[in-house]
Structures are given as C-alpha cells and as structure tokens.
Design a protein around this ligand. Structure first.
Ligand code: ZN
Length: 244
C-alpha cells in the first residue's frame, strides 16, 4: 500500500469565486480524485491544508507518508519553519516529493534546491506545448506523441533559478515566445523530487487527463523503494583494521 499525502495551501478556492467555480472542493480534492482513479486500491490518499494544526503535517503523518504532493502560491511564508524542516528531514530519509506549479516558491522547495527558484510569469491565457525531452522515462509512461498541449495557461519563463536538474523530462514552449523547464527530477538524500509546472488555479489544468497521468506516474516513481533510511552518523574512534 502506497501512502500519499496531498498538501494544499487552500486559499484561492475559498476566497476567489473564479477559482471556486473550477475547484469547488479545492485543488487537493481534484488531485486526490485523479490519483484515486489512476492508482486505484494500491494507493491510500489523504489531504492536508495550511489551515490545519501543524498544517496537517504532523510527525506521525509524515512518518507514514511515502509521497507528498505540494501546491502553494500566496501563503508560502505562512508555512512554519518547523514544519518545513520536518518535511525536509523526511525527504532526506526517502519520502518522495512532488512540487506542483507555484510550489516552486515554497519554503520547502527553496530549502531543498538551495536557490531562489524564481522565474518569469505572465497571465494571458496562452497556449503551451510541453515537449517531451526524455521519452521512455517512467513519469511519462502512457503519454502519446511528442508533446502535450494545453490550450490556455499562465506562462512561466526562463530563467528558472534552480540547480541543474538530474533529469529534464519536459520543456514548455509558450505562444508568447518563452520556454521553461517544466518537468525536472532531483534527488536529495534518499528522496526523489519531481517539479511539474502545470496547474495555475484559474485554469482547469488538473482535470487534463495527460496532466493527471504524469502526476500519477510521478507518485509511483517517487515512492521510496527500500523503505525509510535512517542516518547513522557517528564518531568511530576504533578503526575496523589496524592503521599502520
Ligand atoms: Zn500560477
């Protein structure tokens, strides 16, 4: 059984009627439903939001989470540092992390990357093509063709201030001319991280079947293969064999 926690800041859906119309129960519920459909009984799905005590990310919850999904936008700074440290520790132990769209600016992503993770953006409802640059990668399983096309999106453009990703799966082209590294993998400690760009709150992007497929594949890819890894850092005064 794969234990998945979907974290959402859950602000725009409660305060902006346009977003409410698209995601009446919240982005986390749309993601949960998509993962339930694609992963079936193999996955146990729970949600957590910023408003809950400890943002719903208690030590117990994180200890039993195999993969954490993260969507945040306007309230990154309200996420408690203590919780960020807890999530980082779990990633280093092997918990997978999927960072979605504006999650690029979250404290946890910036902490794990060590850079500003900032970029250029524009909201002009333009066309986006996500070109596949690493066909055959497990995160792209079942995606047909050379690219995914989204008819109406927010633009994210380079430069995206991240360290060079371990793998670059998708490069976006936008109608307005910019390009962006939209699907990137990283490893930190034992944990696998996937950054996936699509998902602005005023577009129904998380209902797009190929976007849902990629997020579902990413969860399977990011799960810890060998369980949790616990550090055993210590001073070893006695050598294993004599030192000449
Ligand atoms: Zn956005």
């Amino acid at each position: 059984m794969l234990h998945i926690t979907i974290w959402n800041e859950f602000l725009h859906e409660r305060t902006n009627p346009a977003v409410q119309a698209i995601y009446p129960d919240g982005i986390h519920i749309a993601l949960r439903d998509a993962l339930a459909t694609n992963l079936g009984d193999a996955a146990q799905l729970t949600c957590a939001t910023l408003q809950e005590p400890e943002h719903g990310l208690t030590s117990e919850r994180l200890a039993s989470t195999d993969v954490l999904l993260w969507w945040g936008h306007a309230e990154h700074e309200r996420v408690a540092d203590e919780v960020v440290e807890r999530v980082q520790r779990r990633v280093l132990e092997g918990m997978g992390l999927i960072v979605l769209h504006s999650g690029h600016g979250s404290k946890i992503f910036r902490r794990l990357m060590g850079t500003s993770c900032m970029l250029r953006w524009r909201e002009a409802a333009e066309r986006e093509r996500l070109w596949i640059t690493l066909p055959g990668h497990p995160i792209l399983r079942g995606i047909e063709g050379d690219f995914i096309e989204l008819p109406s999106t927010e633009m994210y453009g380079e430069h995206f201030d991240i360290p060079p990703p371990d793998e670059l799966l998708l490069i976006s082209w936008f109608e307005g001319g910019e390009v962006f590294r939209s699907g990137c993998t990283f490893q930190r400690g034992q944990g696998k991280i996937f950054y996936f760009r699509p998902g602005h709150e005023t577009y129904p992007i998380y209902y797009h079947p190929q976007v849902q497929r990629i997020i579902s594949n990413a969860v399977l890819w990011a799960k810890p293969e060998l369980g949790n890894f616990h550090f055993d850092a210590r001073h070893v005064p006695d050598p294993l064999s004599p030192i000449a």
